[in-house]
Structure formats: C-alpha cells, structure tokens
Design a protein around this ligand. Sequence first.
Ligand SMILES: NC(=O)c1ccc[n+]([C@@H]2O[C@H](COP(=O)([O-])OP(=O)(O)OC[C@H]3O[C@@H](n4cnc5c(N)ncnc54)[C@H](OP(=O)(O)O)[C@@H]3O)[C@@H](O)[C@H]2O)c1
Length: 271
Amino acid sequence: MIVVTGASGNVGGQVVALLATAGERVTAVSRRTAELPEGVRQVRADLDDPAGLKDAFDGAEALFLLVAGQDPQAILDAARAGGVRRVVLLSSQGAGTRPEFYRHPVAFEDAVRRSGLEWTILRPGGFHSNAYAWAESVRGGRTAAAPFGDIGLPTVDPADIAEVAATVLREDGHAGRVYELTGPAPTTPRDRAAAIGAALGTPVRFAEQTGEEARAQMLRFMPEQVVEGTLAILGEPTDAERRVSPDVERVLGRAPRSFADWAGRNVAAFR
Ligand SMILES: NC(=O)c1ccc[n+]([C@@H]2O[C@H](COP(=O)([O-])OP(=O)(O)OC[C@H]3O[C@@H](n4cnc5c(N)ncnc54)[C@H](OP(=O)(O)O)[C@@H]3O)[C@@H](O)[C@H]2O)c1
C-alpha cells in the first residue's frame, strides 16, 4: 500500500490517480475531503499532528511526502512504525540553490536522508500551474500581470512531477537520488501569457508588475522568506535555476511537457 499526502492538491491528486490506475492500493491523506478514484482509501489528517497519521500508515510500504507540518522527523518515525520502507519527498529546487530562503524543504530533506528509509528527493522548479494565478484576470480582462516579464525559466508541468513520483514510488533503482524537475525549455512570463492567448484563440495582454507589487501579492499566500527566495529566482536566476534538467526524461523515457501543452490542456480555467 502506498500513502500519498497532499491528495487534495494539484500534484498529490494526480499521483493518487496514476497509482490507482496502475492497480496499486492507495491511501490518500489530506485535511480537506478529496475527490478520489474508486477504491482509494481516504484518511483525513494533518501533517502537523504526526500522531494522527498512525491509521494512514498502518500496513503501508511507501510514502509520497509533501513539505507540510513542522516535525518531519515525527512524520517519518510514524511512517516507519507503520511499515513504510520507501519515501519520495516533493521538495523544491530552492532547497538546493537557495537553502537560506528554503529552510522548510531543507529540514524535510535532512530528515528524509537521516530516516533510515529508502529515499528519493524530487526538486521541481516553478510549476506551469502557477499561471492559475492569472485565471481570474484573463477571464475578466484578458490580462496577465507578473514581474520580470522577459526572464526565462524552465517551469515544469505538475503532471510530469506526478508521473515521476508515481514511477519512483513503484520502481527500484531510484534510492538515494535527487531529481531536479524542469520543463523542456525556458519560457518568460510574457511567453506564457502569449501561450494562454494562443490556447484561447484570443490575445492575452501581458502587464509588467514591479517587484514591490509582486511581493505584496505573494505575501498574501506565502511566508516572507519563501517570497524573497522566489522573487530572487524569478528576477535573478542562477545558471542552475535556468538550466533544463535531464531528469524527467531520465525517469520517464520521454521529454517533459511544455508550457504550451499545459495551457492547451487547462484552457478551460481561462475561458
Ligand atoms: N508551485 C510551485 O512553483 C512549487 C515549486 C516547487 C515546489 N512546490 C511544492 O509543491 C507542493 C505541492 O504543490 P501543489 O501545486 O500540489 O499544491 P496544492 O495544490 O496547494 O496542494 C497542497 C496540498 O498540501 C496539503 N496540505 C497542506 N498542508 C497540509 C497539512 N498540514 N497536513 C496535510 N496536508 C496538507 C493540502 O491538502 P489539505 O489542505 O486538504 O490538507 C493539499 O492537498 C507545494 O506544497 C510546494 O511545497 C511548489
């Protein structure tokens, strides 16, 4: 049995669906009730309360773990006590490139490495799906606002992250690996707005935000440290952050999906 945390979310929901389709027994963990494929066991629990995870982990062999909750060591102890032998952690590129800003994922990576479990760490860069932040302004006024409109980064499709996670959870040969997950090519925010326009068949205007405007918007839903790290990556990416990683193709045997492909599959959110 495989336990998937974040099952009500973007990546976790897709990991659950892929594992269930592959015939695995799955326990889906989240605080909210998630819509799940038939046969998937749902456990509502908070990663901030590791004692409450006992039921979820009972009889499990593998765990897909998100960075959530404050005590990764206690989560991993509960997992091991329940029978888990393999853990796949969804960390973040910033844990490698800007550890001073990304302390939460760094703490989870350290705990996973020390856990005694067979581990694999996934470090995605920015997600294609961060463009959902534009859904309302594109629907209402065909406008997309972001800072650093001409700086390119190889954002990654959450569907590819989920497919890598589902593969690594089921397949041997990935123990002790850290996979950097990116898309197939850098795109700028201006390119991404244009790709959404192309998917809609009508232009989307790109509006350049100042760093201050973006900071104020991001502080509404991200901790301050992560906002500073994210703005640094978006505005002054290092070579490592601009680099297209070979790891999605290494694991899946096919190229990662482009932003334009994501926009085409998710165009309904912008209509
Ligand atoms: N977006 C990016 O550019 C980016 C880049 C690198 C890494 N990441 C990482 O990728 C992760 C997944 O992204 P996503 O798009 O799938 O996020 P999402 O759609 O917001 O889903 C987050 C999931 O985490 C669960 N969760 C949050 N806190 C929890 C807690 N205390 N206990 C149990 N479950 C909890 C939520 O479920 P409930 O609310 O139902 O509990 C939800 O299922 C993010 O959390 C982030 O750390 C994101």
